[in-house]
Design a protein around this ligand. Structure first.
Ligand SMILES: Nc1ncnc2c1ncn2[C@@H]1O[C@H](COP(=O)(O)OP(=O)(O)OP(=O)(O)O)[C@@H](O)[C@H]1O
Length: 439
């Protein structure tokens, strides 16, 4: 009920700001942690909805507990409420739509104004226990947005559409019987913007981030407890999942021992628990624990959640961990190509075009330079003639990389050609032996 009251307060506050009302005051009610916006006794706010007019008035009732004959004198207590008046003919609108609208609007305004936070589960010092939470947090103030993120615009638009579908998907998810959450796998070489993408998603949705450090998690039970403390409308991030804990190697070992070949992906996930149980005793945080964390029964104990894994080595991950349904969208963060470069040039140098772009474009298509390396060359180091210097620095870096790549390719070719006669000699030897055997 308190929460509903808070949403109404927020809504009325926003209305009073719109109408420039002066009589609002901010108070901290007794026994409450948060501040509340109150109308003074008898003050009014007029609101309109679907052609009907509503008048909100604050009402304060005072209770004098001393009248009960108690010896101990106490301060009179106050109960605040709102009285809403409207024409009788609008009764249906009020009950059917208006009150719901007020609460939803209030909730949305609160969500928009809330300070984003980033949580982490690093090992807590003993005194932390008094906070009764397994997560530490600070305010999240990362400047990355989808506008500053350099990547193929089509891919970017696809991701934004997917996020919008998630946030509007309450009814859809309940209709299809799926937990209201989405998993994204971000993979690609270092410096291609995986962490930047997470910050951009968080800022776009105004979600909190829970940065889950798997190496600090003692066992599956602790993972479950961490999950239970994560709020709705949040992003759970596991960075560098391939290096977090050895969830893959041991499973593969266990799999090798299995006689049955689990080929289809569903039976693959079912076999997770079987294979894990082989070494469950030795290893406390297991792959099956993590799989349950992502989409087990407990994972549905919150709504509107996003789970993001990042990795530089997608091929090292267990297929069960990243199969569709767990990681719904696989997003490759790639080297900087021309379209992505244009975003960086706009952000860093404030330009949409430049004659030097003609030279840069073909180089970017054939050289693998990460957006991080490109961005480094574009940072303006002085103001006079800076843009041209930056672009020339980029051209130099690209040419340098191209030269190195050609050099490496030549060396590899040389190595291969040296190894080829050796390999042929070996093959001839084996072939000779076979010939002898079958003679
Ligand atoms: N796609 C991008 N768009 C804009 N800036 C980028 C992009 N990629 C990298 N950067 C810049 O490079 C820096 C490093 O990028 P980021 O940490 O996001 O890369 P990463 O892929 O997560 O790297 P790693 O795999 O090493 O963790 C960022 O601070 C950002 O300034």
């Amino acid at each position: 009920m308190n929460q509903v009251y808070r949403h109404v307060d927020t809504y009325l506050f926003s209305k009073s700001v719109d109408t420039g009302a002066k009589y609002l005051k901010v108070e901290k009610p007794k026994n409450s942690k948060s501040f509340c916006v109150m109308l003074d006794e008898g003050e009014e706010i007029i609101d309109e909805f679907e052609g009907a007019t509503f008048c909100w008035r604050s009402h304060i009732e005072t209770f004098d507990d001393n009248s009960q004959g108690s010896k101990k004198k106490t301060q009179p207590s106050q109960k605040k409420s709102y009285i809403i008046t409207f024409n009788k003919q609008h009764r249906e609108i009020v009950i059917g739509k208006y009150l719901k609208h007020v609460i939803e609007e209030g909730r949305a305004i609160e969500f928009k104004n809330k300070k984003q936070k980033i949580y982490c589960n690093d090992r807590m010092p003993s005194w932390w226990a008094c906070y009764n939470s397994m997560w530490k947090h600070i305010n999240f103030e990362h400047p990355a947005t989808f506008d500053t993120l350099a990547m193929d615009p089509k891919k970017k638009a696809e991701i934004i559409d997917d996020l919008i579908a998630l946030t509007n998907g309450k009814d859809y998810y309940s209709k299809v019987g799926k937990a209201w959450k989405r998993g994204y796998l971000l993979y690609g070489p270092p410096g291609t913007g995986k962490s930047t993408m997470i910050a951009a998603i968080a800022n776009y949705l105004n979600y909190d981030i829970y940065d889950l450090e798997l190496t600090s998690v003692k066992d599956n039970l602790e993972l479950k407890k961490l999950l239970m403390e994560i709020t709705s409308k949040s992003i759970i991030v596991i960075e560098d999942i391939d290096c977090s804990v050895d969830l893959t190697g041991k499973r593969k070992k266990a799999k090798k021992n299995k006689k049955k070949d689990d080929s289809d992906s569903d039976s693959d996930s079912d076999s997770d628990s079987d294979s894990d149980s082989d070494y469950e005793g030795k290893k406390k945080l297991t792959l099956s624990g993590l799989l349950n964390f992502i989409d087990g029964i407990w994972s549905a104990c919150g709504e509107e959640r996003i789970i993001i894994f990042t990795t530089n080595h997608v091929d090292k991950l267990d297929p069960a961990l990243i199969r569709r349904g767990r990681m719904d969208m696989h997003i490759e963060m790639s080297y900087c190509r021309y379209e992505a470069f244009k975003v960086l040039a706009k952000n860093y140098l404030g330009i949409d075009t430049h004659p030097l772009f003609q030279e840069i474009q073909p180089l970017l298509e054939e050289v693998n330079l990460s957006p991080c390396d490109v961005a480094e060359t574009l940072i303006l180091k002085n103001t006079s003639g800076g843009i041209e210097i930056c672009l020339n620095n980029l051209i130099l870096a690209l040419k340098d990389s191209k030269e190195k790549a050609i050099q490496e390719a030549r060396e590899k070719e040389k190595q291969d050609s040296e190894e080829k006669p050796k390999k042929n000699k070996k093959l001839k030897k084996i072939y000779g032996r076979f010939k002898k055997l079958f003679r």
